[in-house]
Design a protein around this ligand. Sequence first.
Ligand code: PMP
Length: 403
Amino acid sequence: MTLPAFSSLFAQPTGSPIRELFPYLSQPGIISLAGGYPSPSLFDVEGLDEACQRTMVRGGAVLQYGPTEGQPELREALGALMAGRGGVAGAGDVLVTTGSQQAFDLLLRVFLDPGDTVLIESPAYPAAIQALRLANARLITVPTDANGLDIDRLRVILAESPIHQRPKLLYTVPNFSNPGGTLLADGRRRELVALAVEYGVLIVEDDPYGELTFTGHKATTLYQYGAEWQASDNPVVYLSSLSKTVAPALRTGWLVARPDVLRRCAIAKQTVDLCTSALTQAIAAEYLRLGRYEERVSLAAAEYSRRMQTLTEALSETLTDRVRFVTPEGGMFLWVDIVSPIDSAVLFQAAVRANVLYVPGTAFDPEGKGLQAMRLSFAGPDMPQIQEAVVRLGQAFAEAETA
Ligand code: PMP
């Protein structure tokens, strides 16, 4: 039979630019700096095993459907985690989601009509760009620098935005951003919240990486600044996840928001998956109860910090004047601007031939143009692999420069 027409959004779909790199991973001997995956060697398998056992002895209840908002014990535990992050949330402010990716999707369903305007940082997390495109949003990019979102530029954009096209949302990853690796400066956080209040823009604070700090400093969340500004009318919705701190397979994320937003997101979630798996929620809650979380996160952050140092030192040595980067203070990513006058598509192909993979900057450009940059993840490969990867990148640059 001839299929009925796909919806206009899916007539000519483009998949995730990162997932499209997956076929290269099967190239024998390739070293990948492309993935956004946490290192499997850092997963707390022993702790999760214990959490699984404690879960299963509880019997059938953990195999049942649960409330859409999440299992009370996990909401409680996540509320407590938020308190540790300088947040102000209690269990009732937390909606458990199937990964934080779902939380973002729910927010878009709740707030956006086709053609609505959304502000997004550039470079930006590709899955956020993709979700916004599929919501038919009109995107306006806000540039970033070494200290995160460029607030002066944002002020101009907002002042110039016509009233009938006022942005509804602003999406940002303020802590060790993906892909920029930057940390939004404290002063800018206050200014950002003030601007959001002034212009009636909801800030979507996506924070999967904030706890992976290399310096011990945990920045005050925008959510907390928002609560200090207007407790009942917080202009910030906070998203986070256990994917980078415990394990992505738990698919446990959460959203913290004021009650009117949270209730609508819960209703949207009813139509998406009814509820996040009660089984994985119980495992996550049992895991958090074991008291190993803080120590394991610190161990992971220390290891990522060492890997980041190895990467930046090797790059400085090998690619000295050909690249520029800001050393991250946490997270999993290094954003590298390519200063050499080379064609980035040629460089990427040369890198694949040299058996090293990274994500080209273009994948992170909300305007879909080209960014003369690359995102290097230091989370996956170990130290010797990182050193070898940079040697290969050096070969790729040399090849691209003579192409
Ligand atoms: N936001 C950002 C910035 C991310 O990097 C990721 C994961 N790569 C997510 C959200 C999605 O995380 P989760 O596994 O919780 O869906």
